[in-house]
Design a protein around this ligand. Structure first.
Ligand code: SAM
Length: 335
């Protein structure tokens, strides 16, 4: 499907036109079924809503590339917990569960003073965002599954053993020298070139312990061979460019209503961050409920391609105009 486009229509129809395994990142903020807008955010029963969620979720999973990431926002935990279960039943791995803490923006004095006795639940000042991955091979998802796998880094391990043989050294000889030169116990040494949390020595250790014993690679050569392999293993996993303060609670006030063009508009900086963390430049981001176009604006800013879908003609027009304005004047981003 053509990218850098915001399509007007029902996502259940339009998603069918997107090829299998073709999207790098799905990022979406669907109706929460909380009556925000009675035309698109209200179902007669919760079951009907969840059945509808099952349909678009299945399409999102289908079009996502293997190892692709999907973020789904929600604000109502009862329904969201069932949506998250559905996604997992469709083969998605729930990697993280993030909380957008909007602070006390919504507190009324009566709540602060404890006078709101009518409340029957804790007042919600959060939204949630589930972070899923469509793993190519679920057994190779974690660093440990790579670093504890005897087949990983096999060439480097074999080279190390051949060097021990060539130099007539035992592992005990290496341990003795390591402990005497570094003054440390053998805790880290046990991971070097091993099948248990595979690691290579640091430059300092390599140059003070191994090189003087005659090992035949400089640290730069060793690191080069290691990085090449590690890069190959990275391709087996999802993109995740960890940034600063990389925790699952996002403290950010919600946007003031006078700055929003859509009742549920998400702050661009949150969406921009997710795109940067979970995709590469040039990747394609899909949002099947794009509303006022936030995902498209953030994708442009991040140098990604986008496909947006919006059913409501008014919101669709807002999104189109927003993107046109952004293209004319890029400084409009995040205002
Ligand atoms: C929560 S809002 C998304 C707001 C968006 N994140 C933003 O920042 O503007 C959900 C949007 O989904 C749209 N929508 C609802 N049902 C839809 C459907 N079946 N297909 C496409 N869009 C739909 C609604 O019109 C609404 O604009």
């Amino acid at each position: 499907m053509q990218t850098n486009t915001i399509l007007l229509g029902d996502c259940l129809d339009i998603l069918k036109d997107i090829e299998d395994d073709s999207i790098d990142l799905v990022l979406t903020d669907p109706p929460y079924n909380i009556g925000k807008d009675m035309t698109w955010d209200h179902w007669k029963t919760q079951d009907e809503y969840l059945e509808w969620c099952r349909l678009w979720l299945a399409e999102c999973v289908r079009v996502l590339k293997p190892n692709g990431v999907m973020y789904v926002f929600h604000g109502e935990m009862g329904q969201f917990s069932r949506i998250m279960t559905m996604a997992q039943e469709m083969g998605m791995t729930l990697r993280s569960f993030c909380i957008w803490d909007k602070g006390d923006t919504f507190f009324k004095k009566s709540w602060i003073n404890g006078e709101a006795t009518g409340l029957r639940s804790w007042f919600t000042v959060t939204e949630y965002c589930a972070h899923f991955v469509k793993f190519l091979d679920p057994t190779k998802t974690d660093t440990s599954m790579i670093n504890d796998n005897p087949e990983s880094y096999a060439e480097l391990k074999a080279w190390y053993q051949s060097e021990l043989d060539r130099l007539h050294l035992t592992k005990r000889d290496v341990r003795q020298r390591y402990c005497s030169v570094t003054g440390r116990g053998d805790g880290m040494l046990r991971h070097y070139f091993s099948n248990s949390q595979f690691e290579i020595p640091t430059r300092e250790v390599w140059e003070s312990v191994y090189l003087p014993m005659g090992f035949g690679k400089t640290f730069a050569e060793l690191k080069h061979d290691f990085d090449q392999k590690r890069q190959e293993y990275e391709q087996l996993r999802e993109v995740h460019n960890a940034d600063m303060y990389h925790c699952n609670i996002w403290r950010r006030k919600s946007m003031p209503s006078q700055r929003k063009s859509h009742c549920c508009q998400k702050p661009e900086d949150i969406i921009f961050r997710l795109i940067n963390v979970s995709s590469r430049p040039g990747d394609t981001v899909l949002d099947p409920f794009i509303g006022s176009g936030t995902t498209a604006a953030a994708a442009i800013e991040a140098g990604r391609k986008y496909i947006g879908i919006e059913k409501d003609p008014v919101s669709h027009q807002l999104a189109i105009e927003r993107i046109r304005a952004l293209q004319r004047e890029p400084s409009l981003f995040r205002q």
